[in-house]
Structures are given as C-alpha cells and as structure tokens.
Design a protein around this ligand. Structure first.
Ligand code: NAD
Ligand code: UDP
Length: 336
C-alpha cells in the first residue's frame, strides 16, 4: 500500500513510518515541519534502509494535499498532523480549530477528490473527559474538557459523517492514551521544543541534568500514592497499532473506533522510580499544586483493540523508560 502520512516527521508519525516501511508499505510524509525536524527522515532511512518520500506542505492547503495524493498514487492516509498542547489550546483556541478541525477537513476533501478510501485518524483519550466509569471503554460518553480535546472530538464527528456519506470509505479513529518511549535504536524519539509539558520527557531531562527537579502536580488525589495515574503506552506498540488498523480495514472492510493503551495505570511517582532504575540517576522531585484541568486517574479498556485489530501492547513500563532514556541520553539536544 502507498500511504500519505500527514505529520509523519513528528514523534508518533516517524515511529509509524518505520513500522510501515518495515512492513513493506510505501510512505509519503506530508509535513509543514512546524513541530519537527527534517533530519528525522535520515534517521528513519538509517533504521529501515528505505527513505520515505517527503512533501513539505500544510494540511490546510487542500490543493497541495490533493497534488501529493495524485502524484504519488496514494491509496490510504494516516492523519497525524495537528497541534497537541492543551495549555496552548486554551490560549489560542482558533489556531487549534484551524489546524486540527479545518486541517482535517481539507485532508478529507483531498481524499474525496482523489478517491482515497482508507483514513486513519490520531484521536486521544482526552475525548472521554471525566470518568463516569473505568477503565474507559469506547462506549464511554465523550465530553472533552479543553479546546484541544474538543478539536479532536469535532474532527472525529466530521470523519464519521464523511464515512457515512461515502460508504466505500473506511475510517479508523484511534484514541491514544499516553505515548512514551522511543525506537530501541535511540535514533528517533520525542523532541519537545522548550520546557516539556509532558511527564516522561521532563523526567528524562531531569535525569540527564538538563533540569534540576520534577514538579509533581499534586499528591492529594484519590490514588494509591496521591499522584496522577495514566495509561502509558510505548510509541512502537502504538505505531504497530496503526499498521494493524490499516490491515484490518482492508481485510474486514469496516470502520472502527478503538482505544490504544495498555490497560494499566501508573502514578507519577511510579514513573519517576522506573526512570531512576532505567537511568541509574536520582530524580529530585518537588510537590506542587494540582495542574488546572488534570484528572486524577484513567486508563484504557483494551478488549476491543485486541478483538478487532488483534493488537495488544507488548512493551512494559521498564521498556518504555529504558527506551525514553536511551533516546534522551544519546540525543541530549534532540534533533540538531
Ligand atoms: P508531533 O507534534 O510530534 O507531530 C505532529 C506533526 O504534525 C509535526 O511533525 C508537525 O510539524 C506536523 N504538523 C502540525 N500541524 C501541521 C499542519 N498544519 N500541516 C502539516 N503538518 C503539520 O505530535 P505527536 O505526539 O506525534 O502527535 C501526533 C498526533 O497524535 C497529533 O494529532 C496529536 O494530537 C495526537 N495525539 C498525541 C498524543 C501525545 O501525547 N503525543 C496523545 C494523543 C493524541
Ligand atoms: N505531571 C507532573 N509533572 C509534570 C508533567 C506532568 O506531575 O511536569 C503529571 C500530570 O499531572 C499527570 C501525569 O503527569 O498526572 C501525565 O501528564 P502528561 O502531561 O504527561 O499527560 P496528560 O495525561 O496530562 O495528557
């Protein structure tokens, strides 16, 4: 299959390109590099021995997306491109709706015009909002709590409606939990700009001595040690989930909405301990106030992913921390 991967130069996209190329697919990366470095393509080539085609462009430019689909005769799209910082989405909601909702609409328009009938979308567990029950099943009501989550929900709705209107089009809405880790080579990984918002890159930067300590956002939640609990999933497992989603849509001719997580929750302090073990470094922490908008705890019900996709995360917390640390220690300044 020849696949257009929007946002393919980013964190999850680059790992998915590796799994697609290793699986014998052809890949066209479409990315405007607003949060990525072109050097990632050299690294993907180094790992796989194959270089993805690269088109530098914005997803909101429907004509350019259409031209890329036609020129390279793509038959499927994996749509990662978008903005993902919750705090920034509160400050700049229109920028988020423009990139994540209008951008997705433009990619769908290009798919419609070019006859591309397989579409995989990066959604998020944030669409569920406050847990009415746990673990989150795909049937859990959706109620995103911030502009970022609302753009994901709006995009999901638009994609579903498109698939109803064009019944030959099959779509996969993949709801990721908390992606961490890196390719085991240490050649590709997460490269946040500035101060990381997310826990894992912050913790590994403390371990590397780039930051003095981790601020733990609250230790008075109703969780075993009082700190927030999340379902961390290795990015390579997540990447493999995309390949399974494409294969499943092709085999069964069905659209699907599935969680991609491990089904296990770990607290902030458990992550700190596991990175200490992986790195052999001490990670100083300071307890701070709760972060606005954070939920105490949630994790995935993984039964549907297993049943529909035959997919189950294989890498445990130790592997996630080992690979995050391997990437951080080999690339102290990210892609330079
Ligand atoms: P990332 O920022 O590393 O990758 C996104 C890529 O999209 C970047 O390479 C960026 O340059 C590109 N991009 C952004 N806007 C674009 C535009 N208008 N046109 C073309 N390219 C554009 O982020 P990631 O962590 O790899 O996330 C990928 C997707 O998964 C996003 O849609 C994100 O919302 C979603 N997601 C991420 C997480 C997470 O914690 N990382 C969790 C759930 C869902
Ligand atoms: N967290 C923290 N300190 C940080 C970053 C995150 O204590 O510097 C906590 C956060 O409160 C949450 C967990 O780590 O309980 C995961 O946060 P992250 O931002 O990585 O992902 P989220 O689940 O919020 O999308």
């Amino acid at each position: 299959m020849k696949i257009l991967v929007t946002g393919g130069a980013g964190y999850i996209g680059s790992h998915t390109c590796v799994e697609l190329l290793d699986g014998g697919h052809d890949v066209v990366v479409y990315d405007n590099l607003c949060n990525a470095n072109e050097g990632v393509l050299d690294r993907v080539e180094h790992i796989t021995g194959k270089r993805p085609v690269f088109v530098r462009g914005d997803i909101r430019d429907a004509e350019a997306v259409e031209a890329a689909l036609r020129q390279h005769a793509c038959t499927a799209i994996i749509h990662f491109a978008g903005l993902k910082a919750v705090g920034e989405s509160v400050e700049k909601p229109l920028m988020y709706y423009d990139n994540n909702v209008v951008g997705t609409m433009r990619v769908l328009e290009a798919a419609a015009k070019t006859g591309v009938r397989q579409f995989v979308f990066s959604s998020s567990a944030t669409v569920y909002g406050e847990p009415k029950f746990l673990p989150f099943t795909e049937e859990h009501p959706t109620a995103a709590m911030n502009p970022y989550g609302k753009t994901k929900l709006a995009a999901e709705g638009m994609i579903e409606a498109f698939a109803v209107a064009v019944p030959t089009c099959k779509v996969a809405l993949l709801r990721y939990f908390n992606p961490v880790g890196a390719h085991e080579s240490g050649l590709i990984g997460e490269d946040p700009k500035g101060i990381p918002n997310n826990l894992m890159p912050y913790v590994t930067q403390v371990a590397a001595g780039r930051r003095t300590h981790l601020n733990v956002w609250g230790n008075d939640y109703d969780t075993p040690d009082g700190t927030g609990v999340r379902d961390y999933v290795h990015v390579v497992d997540l990447a493999k989930g995309h390949v399974r989603a494409l294969d499943t849509m092709a085999e069964k001719g069905e659209s699907l909405t599935v969680n991609l997580g491990t089904g296990k929750g770990y607290s902030v302090l458990e992550i700190v301990k596991a990175v200490e073990v992986a790195s052999g470094k001490t990670i100083p922490t300071k307890i701070g106030p709760r972060r606005f908008g954070d939920l105490p705890a949630y994790w995935a019900d993984t039964a549907l992913a297993e049943k529909l996709l035959g997919w189950k995360a294989e890498r445990d917390l130790a592997a996630m921390c080992r690979d995050s640390w391997n990437w951080q220690s080999k690339n102290p300044d990210g892609y330079v």
